[in-house]
Design a protein around this ligand. Structure first.
Ligand code: ADP
Length: 490
């Protein structure tokens, strides 16, 4: 099988969130299973590669004009081929999708160019059996394929898989964008890309793709409901027979306390003493006192956005801090949440530490040094940090939603079973009650150590998930449905 990943970001070349981690992990696992895999990414300013030219100039129409991006890279790493679309005017920028002032206004053109260039790349450079696209930024690939390229004898019938990593980001633009990116005006209809008077890239992708996946089984169910469907629940329900949830794996090569070189001491389930050293170091880095007996230390690593449950945390903070608790938080995002953490740290200087930054080394430090990992998300397609936390023996306290529900087993004091703590209702009082339960368990060192050992033994490596993707690709390739039948966007 030849699988082409077309993605807007991928570790170690570019990353803003979990999608980048997936593109860093899944392709190499598929290669290890014996598949031929190529990854096509945009070349951003921070993409560190040798820009060896693979193809000097593709011809890519974007609306009324032509763009001529190069393809660079062409190297193989961990069995995967990597290529980069190089168009400085579109992608040589400090950030991937936009800055503090908002998204880049030419995002529709940038990602229309990328999606279309990926089709030209498939024709001229690396012909796949399957296109695997990711999120709204590449959702136009199946739309182009099922419209303008439908009759192309070379690639017109190659099946597509589209993975939704986060339905909260859909690529919504004004109607005029259709003309600007060269898609026919007839797609502006309810069964096409129209969405409440605007153009929705992800909706186009959902209706056009052969198969749709999302990153946990729980989230695959949730996005069919009004509460989580972000207005697309009806569209997704229409494609329910083509939707499957496959949990993300994690890269234990990078996230494993036994081998992690980014933390001050290594440790394992058999010998947790190194974790104490990590905790001391973490408290010192945040300028918090090291006390004896040690209060429960909760860690947060997150984008500071509504999705992650910070309104709930803000509401519950005072009550949470009535417990014998310390909190360290790392993140950047919405100014009001950055301010909330700054204020909380100022009010509780011995209890709360905050770092407004994106800092991978400190993220490892928190995973290793904290006792508890706090992730009260409003919704969570998969979530990675709670999975890392399990392996680091840092018990996750999560809201039971999406991937959090699927990966964390809530502690049951009666049976003693569990790998973390869960609450269901999106209410401050539920979060507080859950924290009280965690505090009680913390005060029973034997119970806590047992939960840690159970958590550390859980395995969410890519192997199992990669096999599920491979099965799906095989199925998609076998059926090779005529393009018209697969699509509602005609
Ligand atoms: P999302 O994709 O919604 O941001 P995930 O939990 O799936 O959430 O993935 C987040 C990834 O980004 C993790 O690898 C996490 O460690 C990393 N991350 C998020 N914020 C920061 C930060 N401020 N500093 C370092 N790493 C971060």
């Amino acid at each position: 099988m030849r699988i082409l990943f077309v993605a807007p970001e991928g570790v170690p070349f570019s990353k803003t969130g979990g999608l980048g981690d997936v593109i860093g992990g899944l392709p190499k696992e598929l290669a290890a299973l014996g598949h031929e895999v190529a990854v096509l990414l945009p070349r951003y300013r921070d993409t560190k590669i040798q820009p060896t030219v693979v193809h000097a100039s593709l011809t890519v129409p974007v609306g009324q004009s032509l763009r001529f991006p190069a393809v660079v890279g062409g190297f193989v790493r961990d069995g995967v081929r990597y290529d980069f679309l190089d168009d400085p005017e579109s992608f040589d920028r400090d950030t991937l999708y936009g800055g503090p002032a908002g998204d880049y206004p030419d995002n529709p053109e940038r990602f229309a160019e990328f999606a279309r260039a990926a089709l030209e790349y498939a024709k001229l450079i690396w012909r796949p059996d399957i296109f695997h696209c990711h999120d709204w930024q590449t959702a136009l690939l199946p739309v182009f394929l099922k419209t303008l390229y439908a009759a192309d004898p070379a690639i017109g019938r190659i099946p597509t898989v589209l993975t939704i990593h986060n339905l909260g980001y859909q690529g919504l633009f004004d109607r005029a964008v259709l003309g600007r990116i060269g898609l026919p005006e007839r797609l502006f209809q309810i069964d096409g890309m129209e969405f409440y008077g605007r153009v929705n890239f992800l909706k186009g992708g959902i209706l056009s793709t052969d198969w749709l996946t999302t990153v946990s089984r729980g989230y695959a169910e949730e996005i069919q409901t009004p509460e989580y469907g972000c207005g697309l629940e009806g569209v997704i329900r229409r494609r329910a027979d083509r939707l499957i949830g496959i949990l993300n794996g994690v890269d234990y090569g990078a996230w494993n306390p036994e081998t992690d070189r980014l933390i001050p001491a290594r440790y394992s389930a058999a010998d947790l003493s190194g974790k104490q050293a990590c905790k001391r170091d973490l408290l010192e880095r945040f300028g918090l006192p090291v006390e004896n007996p040690s209060p429960l230390l909760a860690g947060i690593i997150s984008r500071f956005v509504d999705q992650k449950g910070f309104d709930l945390l803000a509401e519950a903070a005072e009550q949470l801090l009535e417990e014998d608790l310390q909190i360290v938080a790392l993140g950047t995002g919405m100014p009001e949440y950055e301010e909330f953490f700054r204020e909380l740290a100022a009010r509780y200087p011995r209890r709360v530490g905050v770092r407004i930054a994106y800092d991978n080394v400190l993220a490892h430090g928190i995973e290793a040094g904290a006792d508890l990992f706090l992730m009260p998300s409003r919704y969570e397609p998969c979530g990675l940090n709670q999975i890392y936390s399990l392996r680091y023996g840092t018990l996750p306290l999560v809201r039971a939603t999406g991937g959090l529900e699927d990966t964390v087993e809530g502690y049951d004091p009666k049976s003693g079973h569990g790998t973390g703590f869960k609450f269901r209702e999106y209410k401050a009082e539920s979060l507080v009650a859950c924290m009280r339960e965690a505090s009680r368990a913390w005060k029973e060192p034997k119970t806590w150590a047992r939960l840690q050992r159970t958590a550390m033994a859980r395995d969410f490596s890519w192997r199992a998930s990669a096999s599920q993707y491979a099965e799906l690709y095989e199925k998609a390739k076998r059926e090779r449905i005529p393009s018209a039948a697969a699509s509602s966007v005609k």
